[in-house]
Write a protein that binds this ligand. Structure first.
Ligand SMILES: [Zn+2]
Length: 146
């Protein structure tokens, strides 16, 4: 089944529910200002992790810092929402979990846009793009051009 809104695949809704960044998550939500997807890396065990936290969940080190990653990812799970939960955010749209190519154990819940939401599938290569709302840059993903 293929359904696209009358306007075609959308790249931006008219409204978003924005996060309330914490000290730890501010870099994640504002990295897009410089075109960077910033993910916390533990300086002790050198592993990336998400969501941002003051300590590494693996080794408990508090020596953690956000650093830019490639922004390339692979869709690990997807659901197409068809219910209009918010005015200005009309369905259908794809809600996906993507695994970062830098470390597939790091997963982000996001939207995949600029394509038919019904064509988003597990294993699809995607790349980050940022949707700016005031001082927040929401990391969303688009298909990698074939
Ligand atoms: Zn660690």
């Amino acid at each position: 089944m293929t359904t696209v809104s009358p306007k075609g695949p959308r790249s931006r809704p008219d409204t978003r529910v924005l996060p309330d960044p914490t000290w730890e998550s501010r870099s994640f939500w504002q990295g897009g200002a410089n075109g960077e997807l910033l993910i916390h890396r533990c300086q002790s065990c050198h592993r990336l992790f998400h969501p941002p936290a003051p300590a590494c969940f693996r080794c408990r080190s508090t020596d953690v810092v956000p650093e830019p990653v490639s922004g390339c990812a692979t869709v690990a799970a997807v659901s197409v929402n068809v219910h209009q939960w918010l005015p200005g955010f009309p369905p259908p749209y794809a809600v996906a979990i993507v695994e970062l190519d830098d470390d597939p154990t790091v997963r982000l819940t996001t939207n995949v846009v600029d394509c038919d939401p019904w064509e988003v599938h597990i294993g699809m290569a995607v790349v980050v793009r940022f949707e700016r709302w005031d001082d927040t840059w929401i990391p969303i993903f688009v298909p990698v051009a074939p």
